[in-house]
Design a protein around this ligand. Structure first.
Ligand code: PGA
Length: 253
């Protein structure tokens, strides 16, 4: 059975002290509530807090992810952070192709593909984000857009590599807007992504890939989203900044 995953994407939020409090809050919540064993919790803090977060993670029940990685291997790329560095810090996951990176930092499908390669080469699991913008949905192009992103970002991988990948469907119009996709809208795209994977890699592999939903997911709507057949968890932005909400979402399976 594929894994249930709830990943918190803190984005560019929190001072060091706030980050420390948030991680401690998550640990307290996890001590109070018993998270189902098949649910994997992942915390993705800003890069400067990765070490602090992994130190805590070692004593608790969550894994740590980065929010971004360089598409280059090593060398003169000022300000960049490589997959090799993340590997050396024992980071498990890394978000790639988030719509904010695509929108504000020119991250193309080709760059996403290169980042995925770097991560896999260093033993990290990429959480690859796909999703249409509002105009694309209004034009009825959501299936086509997501297909392009999945094909160009991932379909150069071998079946073995594909097994290490997590996909997150995040309709851009639902991110940080309070406007969540309905379970029907989300399920349609998740099933579409799984059918693309099945056509390329076979049904058995497609059934093993966790596909997360992201976009204004919160404790009040997580249950109905996670109840959908092809939704295997969530990539949580705003609500991951509150320990109680984040863990409540993870308890929503
Ligand atoms: P949100 O963000 O939960 O604040 O909508 C989700 C994301 O961007 O990963």
């Amino acid at each position: 059975m594929r894994k249930h995953i709830v990943a918190g994407n803190w984005k560019m939020n929190c001072t060091f002290t706030e980050a420390d409090e948030l991680v401690n809050g998550i640990m307290e919540q996890l001590e109070e509530k018993e998270l189902p064993r098949e649910t994997q919790l992942i915390v993705c803090p800003p890069l400067p807090y990765l070490e602090m977060t992994t130190d805590y993670a070692n004593d608790s029940y969550f894994l740590v992810g980065a929010q971004n990685v360089s598409d280059q291997e090593r060398g003169a790329y000022t300000g960049e952070v490589s997959a090799e560095m993340l590997e050396s810090m024992e980071i498990d996951y890394c978000i790639v192709g988030h719509s904010e990176r695509r929108q504000y930092y020119g991250e193309t499908d080709a760059i996403v593909a290169a980042k995925v390669d770097r991560l896999l080469a260093h033993g990290l699991k990429p959480i690859v984000c796909v999703g249409e913008v509002l105009e694309e949905r209004e034009a009825g192009r959501q299936l086509e857009v997501v297909k392009r992103q999945v094909e160009q970002g991932l379909f150069h991988l071998t079946a073995e590599q594909m097994q290490e990948v997590v996909i997150a469907y995040e309709p851009v119009w639902a991110i940080g807007t309070g406007r969540t996709a309905t379970p029907e809208q989300a399920q349609e795209i998740h099933a579409h992504i799984r059918s693309l994977l099945a056509a390329k890699y076979g049904q058995a592999l497609a059934d093993e890939v966790s596909i997360l939903y992201g976009g204004s997911c919160k404790p009040s709507n997580a249950k109905e989203l996670f109840a959908c057949a092809d939704i295997d968890g969530g990539l949580i932005g705003g609500a991951s900044l509150k320990a109680e909400d984040f863990v409540a979402i993870a308890m929503s399976f």
